[in-house]
Design a protein around this ligand. Structure first.
Ligand SMILES: *Cc1c(COP(=O)(O)O)cnc(C)c1O
Length: 376
């Protein structure tokens, strides 16, 4: 019987991940912040493959891994990863026993959830460590300022629970001159003081995502929690990952699948939104929006063929795109680089994000499972 992996590898369109770059980036973020790194590998390692990203991060010196949901933590354990893993959001209460059995560290912020953790701790006769999320201004989840003093005091009274971490998440750390981050950190300091006054002694206070790790030394506390930066990508248009010594880990490549010469004025693809400006060569590449190449890149991106930038022309279709090669005849089988370097040229995830009016995070997390990930 043919395995799925074998079937997938028939396709020339694939993602290549340089795991050494991830290890480098984790080490770099640790060196820049002088803190242990909690490497965020949620959403399948931001599309890079969670298990490989986690292993590379640990190789780069990460002390912790973080995921968004319980299932992502279980998948890392099933792959044999035994490092500390923090689940960043509350999980369903009925999943708690299974997640604790896998030695995942859970986050909590709602009283019924925290009570359930404490009950689990009493049941097993050993307190459950929890990282309590504080909402200092993200406005999403976490203990809120009006009640956190009382909430933290009541946690001190809960048998079976130990508050081993306190953390918060920053809403505008990527905006260099915005005062919000300083205000959020001041709020966080108040929450830490309230915890201390209540008698809690959290080992890990943490707040810094990638942008804060790069731009706000005050946010480092006991642990930094970068995600996008460990993949070498910029958290925002104004925060250049490369300028901080981070290296992109992902290449997206394919091969020319079809070549034809067309006459000036020949229209192509859905809606005929592009026509050949002169007589010349057109290449068809087997990748489309079903692979996660945004349809918004129609007529708005370049690819690399034979070391040169060529325009993606016409509407991006589900499975194929068209590339104008002008007067240079490409050959079926020529390597096409959609993201990454070829020769002297380089196309960045940041370029796609700008052209598609989105952020690097959305580009890489939307690369679909149809693309095989090859890790080197
Ligand atoms: C996703 C996430 C991070 C990582 O953020 P980046 O901007 O990718 O560095 C850190 N902390 C929390 C709570 C998150 O949800």
């Amino acid at each position: 019987m043919t395995s799925l992996t074998t079937v997938r590898s028939l396709r020339p369109t694939r993602i290549e991940i340089d795991t050494g770059a991830i290890a480098h980036n984790v080490a770099r973020l640790g060196a820049l912040t002088h803190r242990p790194v909690c490497a965020v590998v949620k959403a399948d390692g931001y599309g890079h493959g969670a298990v490989a990203a986690a292993r590379a991060a640990l190789e780069g010196g990460a002390g912790w891994l973080a995921v968004a949901i319980g299932e992502e933590g279980l998948a890392l354990r099933e792959a044999g990863i035994d490092a500390p893993i923090l689940v960043l959001t509350e999980t369903p209460i009925d999943a708690v026993p299974m997640l604790l059995a896998a030695d995942l560290t859970l986050s909590g912020y709602r009283a019924p959830f925290l009570a359930a953790l404490a009950a689990a701790g009493r049941h097993r006769g050993r307190p459950v460590p929890v990282h309590v999320k504080i909402d200092t201004g993200m406005g999403r989840v976490g203990l809120v300022p009006d009640t956190w003093t009382a909430d933290l005091a009541s946690l001190m009274q809960l048998d079976g629970l130990v508050v081993d971490g306190l953390f918060t998440h920053l809403a505008r750390a990527d905006e260099v001159d915005d005062p919000t981050t300083d205000q959020q950190l001041a709020q966080f300091d108040l929450a830490v003081a309230a915890a201390t006054a209540a008698g809690l002694r959290p080992t890990w206070r943490h707040a810094a995502n990638t942008a804060a790790a790069l731009l706000h030394p005050d946010a480092a506390y006991d642990l930094v929690r970068p995600g996008i930066g460990i993949y070498g990508l910029s958290p925002a248009a104004d925060v250049d990952a490369a300028a901080h010594g981070l290296m992109p880990a992902l290449r997206l490549v394919s091969k020319v699948g079809f070549v034809k010469r067309v006459r000036r004025g020949t229209p192509v693809s859905y809606g005929h939104r592009w026509s050949a400006p002169t007589d010349g060569w057109l290449a068809t590449i087997p990748i489309g929006y079903a692979d996660g190449l945004p349809r918004a890149l129609s007529n708005h991106a370049d690819v690399l063929i034979r070391g040169r930038r060529r325009n993606l022309v016409g509407t991006v279709t589900m499975d194929q795109i068209l590339v104008w090669c002008d007067q240079e005849e490409p050959q079926v089988g020529d390597e096409v680089v959609l993201l990454g370097a070829q020769g002297e040229e380089h196309i960045r995830v940041e370029d796609w994000a700008a052209a598609a009016d989105t952020i690097t995070y959305e580009i890489v997390t939307q690369l679909t499972a149809r693309l095989p990930r090859i890790h080197r």
